[in-house]
Design a protein around this ligand. Structure first.
Ligand code: RP5
Length: 166
C-alpha cells in the first residue's frame, strides 16, 4: 500500500496532526509526518512535493493555519491528491485558513476538510487509497459498521434513561 504524508506548516499544528495519525494507526496505514512551511521553508516544500510520488506516497495531508498556502503550494508541484486541513487561529478562528485552502485556481485542485479536521483528512485519505486496495476498503466498511453500532448503543442508553425518568 502507498504511504500517506502528513505535512504540518508548524509544530504548533501538532495536535491536529495527531488526529490524523490516530486514524492511520487504527487502519494500519503507514505514514510519515514532517514540518514543512510553504513560507519559511519553500524550497523544502517544493522538493517534498516533487519527489512524493517517487517516494511511494499516495496522498498528502497538509495542515496549516492563518495564510494557509501549504496545501496549494504542494498541489502545484505534485499530481498526487492533496487534502488541506485549516487550523483554528485565535484571531480569525480558522476561516482565514479555510478560505486560503479552498479558493484554488482551476486545474490545481486541493480538497479541504473542516477546521481542525485532522481525523476526517485521514478518513478521506484512506478512502482514496481504498479505491485500489480491497483490504483497506473492507476495513473502512467494518469501521462504518462499528460507528453505526456505537450510535445505536448510545440511542438505546438514552431511551433507557428517558424511560427511567418518566
Ligand atoms: C501556519 O501559521 C502554520 O501552519 C500555523 O498554523 C500558523 C502559525 O505558525 P507558528 O507561528 O505557530 O509557527 O504557517
Amino acid at each position: 500500500m502507498k504511504k500517506t504524508a502528513i505535512i504540518l506548516g508548524s509544530d504548533s499544528d501538532m495536535a491536529i496532526a495527531e488526529k490524523s495519525m490516530s486514524v492511520f494507526k487504527k487502519l494500519g496505514i503507514s505514514y510519515e509526518a514532517h514540518i514543512i512551511s510553504a513560507h519559511r521553508t519553500p524550497e523544502r516544500a517544493r522538493e517534498f512535493a516533487i519527489n512524493a510520488r517517487k517516494n511511494n506516497f499516495g496522498v498528502i495531508i497538509a495542515i496549516a493555519g492563518k495564510a494557509a498556502h501549504l496545501a496549494g503550494v504542494l498541489a502545484s508541484y505534485t499530481r498526487l491528491p492533496v487534502i488541506g486541513v485549516p487550523v483554528k487561529s485565535d484571531d480569525l478562528g480558522g476561516l482565514d485558513a479555510l478560505l486560503s485552502i479552498v479558493q484554488m485556481p482551476s486545474g490545481v485542485p486541493v480538497s479541504c476538510v473542516a477546521i481542525d479536521g485532522g481525523a476526517n483528512a485521514a478518513w478521506l485519505a484512506a478512502r482514496i487509497l481504498a479505491v485500489s486496495d480491497d483490504e483497506l476498503a473492507e476495513k473502512l466498511e467494518h469501521e462504518a459498521e462499528l460507528m453505526t453500532e456505537n450510535v445505536n448503543h448510545k440511542d438505546e442508553s438514552l431511551q433507557e434513561k428517558l424511560n427511567r425518568e418518566q
